[in-house]
Design a protein around this ligand. Structure first.
Ligand SMILES: [Mn+2]
Length: 388
């Protein structure tokens, strides 16, 4: 595989959060290990690397409490870089977790004034995202949870969140923005327990909103693995529901603190299946990376380059997988049993129900079928290792 094929192009639709590049390596036990770069330098650097887009929180680009004049200057500067380089703003989101005002929740604070302040901050950020041309607006509720369950009833908290999201959907419609909301689940951290911890929880919640058609999901690999779940399956569930609007790819050891490792750095096979899912099902959103460079790095660019490069390599591996004779022969064999019965339950009728009741099956014979999964998995391993 010649290395120039691995150079990112705008068609790859890669995007990075500005906050990932601005990460200074600070953790709960240690201070920053590198200097912060400005949002403009992040966006310029991404554009130089042929990255399609950038994602932002309001306070990544505009300091908390900035004046309207300052805000307008920042927007003008960013719009100029976008016009000069062709990079797009693909996603906006609101920081409703950093300031102490959000210490006990933003939309789920027990104080209605904090809930309204949050809603106001989000409305301002929606305006900002619209001005920059973002079509996806993400909600990650970093403080929407509890340590002390006595403090609030989770059903009430869901109601507060629902009211705010309904209000904000109506705001987008009233403003005439072509923007969709995307909710990003996470099981815990920074709160002891966060509400809406998984893709399934968000899917169920969306159906209780007044405009479910305006709201989708932005799953993140690390958040899924923090819950001990399978990212391939979780991404697939969002996709199957027609709700996969955006993705955050990264890496994470299961059931640990939020590590935000680089995509593909921890579990290549899993990264491969995630890429395969997005490619096979013609996912049309951006390939967003939400991770941060190791604390030992002095800048973010090796992290940026390798994230895109890994995805490009996996893209090529997916192509080879889909063309690999031994793998495809095995898959045909695996899926080749009793094909005349396929789709039987796709439509119900009384006749079909009776027909099914009358069918006779031989469970022992069915159980005796050989399934060569050791061979299949080894072929995938060898494909990824470059042996086949
Ligand atoms: Mn994320």
């Amino acid at each position: 595989m010649p290395s120039q094929d691995l150079a990112p192009t705008r068609d790859d639709k890669f995007a990075f959060g500005v906050w990932c590049l601005q990460n200074r390596g600070r953790d709960p036990f240690g201070d920053a290990t590198r200097a912060e770069i400005s949002a403009l330098d992040c966006i310029r650097g991404l554009a130089q690397r042929n990255c399609y887009g950038f994602e932002f929180h309001d306070n990544d680009i505009i300091p908390f409490g900035a004046s309207a004049k300052q805000r307008d200057e920042v927007v003008r500067d960013i719009q100029k870089v976008m016009a000069d380089t062709g990079i797009k703003c693909t996603m906006g989101t609101t920081n409703t977790f950093h300031h102490p005002v959000f210490k006990d929740g933003a939309f789920t604070s027990t104080d209605p004034a904090v809930r309204l302040y949050t809603t106001q901050k989000v409305m301002n950020c929606i305006d900002l995202a619209a001005e920059l041309g973002a079509e996806v607006f993400v909600f990650w509720g970093g403080r929407e949870g509890v340590e002390v369950d006595a403090s609030k009833d989770p059903v009430s908290a869901s109601g507060w969140l629902r009211d705010s999201l309904n209000f904000l959907c109506e705001y987008v419609l009233a403003q005439g923005y072509s923007m969709k909301f995307s909710m990003e689940p996470k099981p815990n951290e920074p709160r002891g327990d966060l509400y809406l911890p998984t893709v399934g929880s968000v899917l169920a919640f969306i159906q209780t909103l007044r405009h479910p058609e305006m709201v989708g999901i932005n799953p993140e690999t690390a958040h899924i693995k923090m819950a001990g779940l399978n990212p391939y399956h979780e991404f697939a569930q969002a996709l199957d529901a027609g709700k996969l609007l955006d993705v955050h790819l990264n890496g994470q050891k299961p059931l640990r603190f939020d590590q935000d490792l680089t995509f593909g750095s921890d579990d290549l096979k899993e990264a491969f299946y995630t890429a395969k899912l997005l490619i096979d099902h013609r996912y049309e959103g951006t390939i967003g990376f939400d991770a941060h460079p190791y604390r030992t790095e002095s800048d973010c660019w090796d992290f940026v380059d390798r994230s895109m490069r890994t995805y490009k390599i996996l893209q090529e591996k997916v192509r080879r997988y889909n063309e690999c004779r031994p793998i495809q022969d095995l898959l045909r064999e695996i899926h080749g049993a009793n094909t005349h019965l396929k789709g039987f339950t796709a439509r119900f009728s009384r006749e079909a129900a009776q027909k099914l009741k009358d069918m006779s099956f031989d469970p022992v014979a069915l159980a005796s079928r050989k399934l060569s999964y050791e061979r299949l998995d080894q072929l995938v391993t060898e494909l990824l290792l470059g042996v086949i």
